[in-house]
Design a protein around this ligand. Sequence first.
Ligand code: PMP
Length: 406
Amino acid sequence: MIFNIEQIRADFPILQQQIYKRPLIYFDNAASTQKPSQVIDAIRQYYEHDNCNIHRGVHYLSVKATEAYEEARKEIRQFINAKSTHEIIFTKGATESLNLVASSFGKRYVHSGDEVITTIMEHHSNFVPWQQMCLERGARMHVVGINEKGELDLEELKSLLSEKTRLVALTHVSNVLGTINPVKEIVELAHKYGVPVLIDGAQGVSHLPVDVQDLDCDFYCFSGHKLYAPMGTGVLYGKEKYLEEMPPYQLGGEMIKDVYLDHTTFNELPFKFEAGTPNVEGVMGLQAAVAYLTGLGMGNIADYEDQLLKYAFEKLSAIDGFKFYGTSAHKASLISFLIGNIHPYDAGMIIDKMGIAVRTGHHCAMPLIDFLKIPGTVRASFAFYNTREEIDQLVFAISRVKQMLA
Ligand code: PMP
């Protein structure tokens, strides 16, 4: 055992409860993770001692809240090893980060006849913004396919890169297949053509150590709520050279330098992209989450979750009629599956009644689900507070599903 699981579980109050008279087993971590007391306490501490609007006051509380917010930015910078805090933009989540880049990068860099490359395994948040931006700007969107293991077709990606390509946008980890994409290799490849790469890290940053300078990616984004932090928080990392050139996404307070009757000048980075009052309480929680994860060690988390994944694979493979979707050797700790011809929704309902939270459906990845020609999957996604005993319970629940429905 890499770390003390009992102690870790004790940090998460929500895990202490029973549902349907059984201990809650939470396997819906890819949708949102639970929050440790350290995060909940940080929010309470903020409201009890520091609450005030930031960046705009000279009085004590305003200065204190501003300093706390900017300190959090420094810690997030460190967590993903960005070069500068100018490159860390707080957003309300991965979706907002992706829309920001699609809108702003699109306006600045994408014109009629240009091309953007994305993949079939994207979440709608990293698919629809590019699709719509390309439609608006008369550009073309290419979609890279996958093999039978759920791995990207890198040859296809290579063949699509050209002088017309303006951006490659892809996920670090697929929220359906669990595939960890070789993002560093893809960045290297795209950069040979001078093409920047955006990585949707919504499912990456919670499972793997991330170093944006090592990856050399041009944009990286994630949501706080999948990183044990509050909902309504998120981060967009972008290289300064692009962020400087990109126009603001939203207009209003904080993002301006000077406003005249007939024109406006804009604030410096990162504030140019942070219009309006931000989610300060959420960022306090995000800072606490990052400190908590750093304490455990992202490498340790990745190792522990990998052991859970291997255990689950071994146990679930033994079930007759069980089919995995996503069998890449490089895989984060989530399993998508179907059991015989049983509809994922029916399976999910029975599994729920046994106290186990799994997610069913298309997981906001309809192009992928259509490609696989299935109605959706059941998805069990593991976090570092999950255990082998809980996986045994899932195996038992699946045997009940088969008994009742097969
Ligand atoms: N990308 C991926 C890969 C995701 O899994 C998700 C959430 N399921 C998102 C983007 C969107 O995240 P949010 O809804 O938190 O903005």
